[in-house]
Design a protein around this ligand. Structure first.
Ligand code: GRG
Length: 301
């Protein structure tokens, strides 16, 4: 595995690469209508951990066949961050979670207004597919595979379906465990899984490797959501950059409310260990991805 310093610097390097691509590929702040483009950039450039684009870049590298043969994964990385950011903007709207704080700043509808936030989210979702179409136009088969992967992951059976199920479960803290799994696997897991698979696709990975990436993504996604649930209880608003303790106040079903804090911590470690083991079976042992999975599992302290 990577040393602590190596891992941190590799992470920083990939985040920087994703952010550079993102600034290049988003419409300029001043293009008309400037208010809309300012709102899109406001949310996209607010920071965030950039886990999904980092996963795209890292999976492409792990599966890479070398310069010249692989497609540049940067377009896919930005596309997935666009979809993720749209989902956060819409999730924060008054008709959903009604939140004031995201990524350490006022939410989009607070900084602008509700209609602008709604449209900025719509525009980011649309932009994601425009980017895939434009960045991968020279590789039609890859392009359609990327579009299919992202569209499915963001669609009614996965991201949006998970969000719907989550809203329907609100107020019932005792949701059955399979229902909670459905919510987690889709609301959080789908985009994590798609990030890894899209990275693999850019690198021309075959079915076996794509299967490993998907499996690792499933486990990592579960670990990620469980950690998010734990931190909502154990951390403060300042550390999180979003309102802490919201799940409990909203009567939300979370891994913690259903299974308890200790079991949640154990489950996060278990799922991230399985993800890490799947990454280690990738060509070259994917040390960065393996370490990322392990680090995530212990983030709950
Ligand atoms: C509105 C279609 C639609 C979906 C909303 C993303 C989402 C689904 C809801 C946000 C609430 C939540 C806890 C979702 C689970 C996924 C998750 C942990 C999102 C936060 O992702 P991070 O931690 O955020 O990667 P940053 O800001 O770091 O990018």
């Amino acid at each position: 595995l990577l040393g602590h310093v190596d891992f941190a610097s590799e992470m920083t390097m990939r985040v920087a690469r994703a952010e550079k691509a993102l600034r290049t590929l988003l419409p300029p702040r001043t293009s008309r209508p400037a208010r809309l483009h300012a709102a899109m950039r406001y949310s996209m450039e607010a920071g965030g951990k950039r886990i999904r684009p980092v996963l795209v870049l890292a999976a492409a590298e792990a599966c890479g066949r070398g310069a010249g043969r692989d497609a540049d994964p940067a377009g896919a990385a930005v596309a997935i961050e666009c979809v993720h950011t749209y989902s956060l903007i819409h999730d924060d709207l008054p008709c959903m979670d009604d939140d004031d704080l995201r990524r350490g700043r006022p939410t989009a509808h607070r900084a602008f207004d509700e209609a602008t936030a709604l449209l900025a989210g719509d525009a980011l979702l649309t932009l994601a597919f425009e980017l895939l179409a434009r960045c991968y136009a020279a590789r039609p088969e890859l392009c359609s595979a990327l579009v299919a992967e992202l569209a499915h992951a963001a669609g009614s059976r996965r991201l949006i379906g998970g969000q719907m199920a989550d809203l329907l479960a609100e107020g019932s803290r005792r949701v059955p465990s399979p229902e909670l799994d459905f919510i987690h696997r889709n609301k959080t897991g789908a985009m994590i899984e798609a990030s890894l698979v899209m990275g693999g696709l850019c690198a021309g990975a075959g079915p076996r490797v794509l299967g490993l990436l998907r499996r690792a993504g499933r486990e990592l996604g579960l670990a990620f959501q469980i950690v998010d649930d734990v931190l909502d209880v154990t951390e403060g608003t300042r550390t999180l950059g979003k309102t802490a303790g919201k799940d409990a106040r909203a009567g939300k079903a979370t891994y913690v409310s259903v299974h308890g804090l200790d079991a949640a911590r154990r489950a996060a470690r278990r799922h991230s260990a399985v993800a890490s083991a799947a990454f280690r079976r990738l060509p070259g042992g994917a040390p960065f991805l393996a370490e990322l999975a392990t680090t995530l599992g212990v983030r709950t302290r």
